[in-house]
Design a protein around this ligand. Structure first.
Ligand SMILES: [Zn+2]
Length: 122
């Protein structure tokens, strides 16, 4: 688990990529009709299906992230002072990417585990 951003924003990024990917596929498929005629329609159909699946998947991710973030506890980041949400035992601040944890045994400023490498730009 080596995430640079917090879990919530990582999931949002993936969802966004899925939307663009899905739309890209649909546009690409539609342009196939113009370029390849009859065969292009079949290709377009396939691309449409994949595009729709990608869009649906991203909607599910968005919904899921929404559910998660409503349940996630809101805390004040000790590093930058902004309000951020935490998922699970450890997560990164949404703004400054500082690793935050509930577990006192992990709450060191040192870099003992590989997960705790290099706090991002302060
Ligand atoms: Zn912060």
């Amino acid at each position: 688990m080596r995430l640079k951003a917090s879990k919530i924003s990582t999931l949002r990024t993936w969802a966004l990529l899925a939307v663009f990917g899905g739309m890209g596929l649909m546009v690409f498929g539609t342009s196939g009709i113009l370029m390849f005629g009859q065969v292009g329609k079949i290709i377009a159909g396939i691309f449409m299906v994949f595009g729709l699946i990608a869009c649906m998947a991203s909607m599910i991710i968005y919904f899921w992230v929404g559910m998660l973030s409503t349940n996630a506890p809101v805390i004040d980041c000790p590093e930058c002072g902004k309000r951020t949400k935490m998922l699970g035992q450890t997560d990164r601040c949404m703004y400054c990417h500082t690793i935050l944890t509930w577990d006192p045994s992990l709450a060191t400023t040192g870099t003992e585990t590989s997960e705790q490498t290099a706090p991002q730009a302060k």
